[in-house]
Design a binder for this molecule. Structure first.
Ligand code: GTB
Length: 216
C-alpha cells in the first residue's frame, strides 16, 4: 500500500508550490515512493476525523498503515529515514543533514513566515509599514549567514540531502518577495533544487490539483 498525504483541495497559492505538501511530495519523489493524495477543504481540515491525524487541523499529513504523522519536518524525516537517497549513511553526515532540516524549520522558516503574515495579514494595521523593514532585516541577516556557509558549494554539506530539500523548500517561500535576488548564490542554490527531476514531478503534481480545481 502506498502512503497517503493530504493537500489543499483549493490551495490559496494557486499552484505555485508554496504550501507545505510540496516538500512532502518532493521527498517522496526523490526516494521513488509512490503516494496517494487526499485533498481537503478548509472546512474538512477542521473536522474531527482530520484532527485525529492533525491536532491543529492543517495539511500536510501522512498515513501509512497504522502510522499517522503530521508536521512536514517529521514527515520528511520519516521518509528520509526509511528510504535510501535523502540521508547519508555516515552517522556524522546523517546527523548534520538532520541539523540542516531543523535549521530550515526553526531558524529560517519563522522569519520568512513572519514576512508572509506581515504582508498578507497585518498590512492594514497602523504599525504595518514600520514593522515590515524589521521583518525583512531579520530575514536578510539569516540569508547572509546561510550564504556565507554555503559559499560556492553545490549543497549545504556534501551530497544533496533532506537538509537541502527542507532548506530549499523554505527559501522557495521567499520567491514572491524578491528578497533572494540580493543573494545570488542562494538564488542559484534554490534553482538547483528546482531543477531536480523529483522536484519537477512534485511541482507538476500539485499544480495539476490547482488546474483541476479551477477547471483548467
Ligand atoms: N508546522 C506545520 C508543518 O510544517 O507541517 C505547518 C503546517 C501549515 O501551516 N499548514 C498550512 C495549513 O494547513 C498549509 S501550508 N493551513 C490551513 C490552516 O491552518 O487552517 C502554509 C501555506 C498556506 C498558504 C500558502 N500560500 O497561499 O501561499 C503558503 C503556505
Amino acid at each position: 500500500m502506498s502512503p497517503t498525504i493530504t493537500a489543499f483541495r483549493n490551495s490559496p497559492d494557486r499552484g505555485r508550490g508554496l504550501a507545505r505538501d510540496m516538500r512532502v511530495r518532493w521527498a517522496l519523489e526523490e526516494v521513488g515512493q509512490p503516494y496517494e493524495v487526499r485533498l481537503v477543504s478548509f472546512d474538512e481540515m477542521k473536522d474531527a476525523a482530520h484532527r485525529a491525524v492533525h491536532p491543529f487541523g492543517q495539511i500536510p499529513t501522512y498515513e501509512d498503515g497504522d502510522l499517522a504523522l503530521f508536521e512536514s519536518g517529521a514527515i520528511v524525516l520519516h521518509i528520509a529515514e526509511r528510504h535510501a537517497g535523502l540521508l547519508p549513511d555516515d552517522a556524522g553526515a546523517r546527523a548534520r543533514a538532520i541539523s540542516w532540516m531543523f535549521a530550515a524549520l526553526s531558524t529560517l522558516e519563522p522569519p520568512i513566515l513572519d514576512l508572509t503574515i506581515a504582508r498578507l495579514v497585518e498590512h492594514d494595521k497602523p504599525w504595518a509599514e514600520a514593522r515590515l523593514p524589521l521583518v525583512e532585516d531579520r530575514i536578510r541577516g539569516r540569508l547572509g549567514e546561510l550564504a556565507d556557509r554555503l559559499g560556492d558549494g553545490e549543497w549545504l554539506d556534501g551530497a544533496f540531502s533532506a537538509g537541502d530539500l527542507m532548506m530549499i523548500s523554505v527559501l522557495f517561500r521567499l520567491s514572491p518577495s524578491g528578497l533572494l535576488d540580493d543573494y545570488p548564490s542562494l538564488a542559484a542554490y534554490v534553482a538547483r533544487g528546482e531543477a531536480r527531476p523529483a522536484y519537477k514531478r512534485a511541482f507538476d503534481a500539485q499544480l495539476a490539483v490547482f488546474k483541476a480545481a479551477s477547471g483548467g
